[in-house]
Write a protein that binds this ligand. Sequence first.
Ligand code: ATP
Ligand code: MN
Length: 255
Amino acid sequence: TSKVKRIDTRVDKLRMKRKDTDTLKVKENVFDEPTLKTLYTLSNKGIIEAIGGSISTGKEANVFLAEDTEKDIAVKIYRISSSTFNSMEDYILGDPRFRNVRHSKRDIIFAWTKKEQRNLVRAKEAGLKVPEPFVAERNILVMEFMGEDGIPYPQLKDYRMEKETAKEAFDTIINYIDLLYNEANLVHGDLSEYNILIIPETEEPVFIDMGQSVTREHPRSIEFLIRDIENITRYFKKYSISADPHELYKLIRNK
Ligand code: ATP
Ligand code: MN
């Protein structure tokens, strides 16, 4: 169909835009045959209309700006070929929700993608601001685009704010960790100034990147919770906000 072609053309353009070694990387590691097929499936279902430029190339996934018929969307594609899936296995194996997952690399990545979707749903239900997940299909997560005019909101690390605003953002982030733990039964597990976006207009934080988030039953959930809190208190020291991570931890745990 023409939709498929449109995706094909965009993918081709994307390949052409990237020169030399990067071209190969993108071709072989992201848009491999199974991933292209999944993109076609999503295109046929009308979930993705066109795929645009790369937003990010991370350790395990690439994020692209895309469009459905009416709006911008974000498409996160976990790389089947070069994922650091051994560390993924650690998170999945301790999670009672994934007891029945077969242990092939592909299956772990597919389960991981579903896990990120479910975690985002639970976080949203608990009252956090997160991208709304639309569809998880194999290794592809389609979600709300957090940005404006095709430009993603800045990461916390790149956003300068006034001291007072920083205190508000800090309080919101701690409240989000609390809600996540006590309402959604989850620990983010990789929380830092990299995985929080700031909406410039309102200076509100947005939590992202929840593939690794674990339930409280996970054997390492306490360790991850403490690390998340420590990362945040460390970052906000530059705004002269001093908080004792262990006190915050106790407040959250003893609810
Ligand atoms: P890393 O391995 O670097 O931690 P990642 O591969 O785990 O990254 P994410 O952290 O989920 O992937 O996303 C990478 C970047 O892409 C984010 O820092 C953010 O800038 C952008 N991004 C992710 N999701 C969205 C979204 N829904 N809307 C807009 N931008 C997004
Ligand atoms: Mn990230």
